[in-house]
Design a protein around this ligand. Structure first.
Ligand SMILES: O=C(O)CCC(=O)C(=O)O
Ligand SMILES: [Fe+2]
Length: 298
């Protein structure tokens, strides 16, 4: 791991990678086994949310509980936004054959859709440093033809969208919308066209991952192939960020989410702030295993 090179690349591009977490055969076998857990009704009863989009299954599927603390991922994230890190959300991003691409978007506090206040609030702020990261792990092959991620390198330095302006959900993911929301509605300069920028496709083999700030404008290609693409997003914040402050529920993508059983997971370092409700163990009673604390670097 060359963390110094990572920091440099991240400052320039807003993302780093792809890196290899596991070899393709290993990931393919792991995912074949793990995906069954998604369908198991016993697991379903333990879900943190009753929702059709499978948020936060790391709280109830042991394989995913372990994945979020993989040192290959966490150590790289620590080098970018600090040693004390919480995982506040995970999400599956399937693209089935025929699915449209994910439209360009840019967020930071996760004020998505109708919401005008974010789900994340930094209590300590250095405007230069992003306050959130996502590791997007390829559970399957992700090629241009089956919907790999794409980014606009360097776009994290300039706001092109007003993330706190409300958007209407139109019920369907189509025409490069963001699962039914259209970020064109909240573009700051209506004449600016993301497709005219220097777009980079991030093709990955099964078992590879990237790390990015959601401030870096990103989306994905349509799946024009016959193979599913499956990505898994691990979202983290430093411990000084308040997650879901004061919220007990929210509505997103036409679905209702109850936060009763939500907890953040410490994935690295320690939590000296105590701002958030924490999940110490997964639904099977297994403690989460944060990676060793890294030395703070000046
Ligand atoms: O996988 C996709 O299509 C989009 C992923 C994304 O927007 C994210 O992880 O924040
Ligand atoms: Fe995103």
């Amino acid at each position: 791991m060359d963390l110094e090179a990572d920091r440099k690349a991240f400052a320039e591009q807003g993302y780093i990678g792809p890196f290899t977490l596991w070899e393709p055969e290993e990931m393919t076998a792991w995912w074949k086994k793990t995906r069954k857990a998604l369908l198991d009704p016993a697991n379903n009863a333990r879900k943190a949310f009753d929702n059709p989009v499978n948020y936060d299954r790391h709280l109830d599927i042991p394989e995913l509980s372990r994945l979020i603390t993989e040192p290959e991922i966490v150590r790289r994230m620590q080098a970018l936004i600090g040693p004390d890190l919480l995982c506040w959300r995970t999400e599956f991003f399937p693209k089935n054959p025929g699915d449209s691409g994910t439209g360009w978007h840019q967020v930071e506090t996760y004020a998505i859709g109708e919401a005008t206040t974010g789900m994340l609030e930094a209590t300590e702020r250095s405007p230069e440093a992003p306050m959130e990261l996502t590791a997007w792990v390829a559970f399957t092959e992700a090629r241009k033809e089956n919907g790999c991620m794409r980014v606009i390198p360097g776009s994290h330095r300039e706001w092109r969208y007003d993330e706190h302006a409300p958007m209407k959900w139109n019920g369907a993911a189509k025409d490069n919308s963001f699962f039914g929301y259209n970020y064109d509605d909240i573009k700051l300069d209506k004449n600016w066209d993301p497709d005219q920028e220097n777009v980079r496709d991030l093709e990955m083999r099964p078992g590879e991952f990237i790390i990015f700030t959601a401030r870096c404008i990103h989306g994905s290609n349509p799946n024009t192939s016959r193979r599913q693409r499956m990505g898994f997003a691990i979202r983290t914040v430093p411990t000084h960020v308040r997650v879901y402050g004061g919220m007990t529920e929210f509505t997103e993508f036409g679905h209702h989410f109850d936060l009763d059983r939500h907890g953040c997971v410490l994935v690295g370092g320690q939590d000296e702030y105590g701002l958030n409700r924490m999940a110490e163990v997964n639904a099977w009673g297994r403690p989460f295993q944060p990676v060793d604390r890294l030395e703070r670097t000046a």
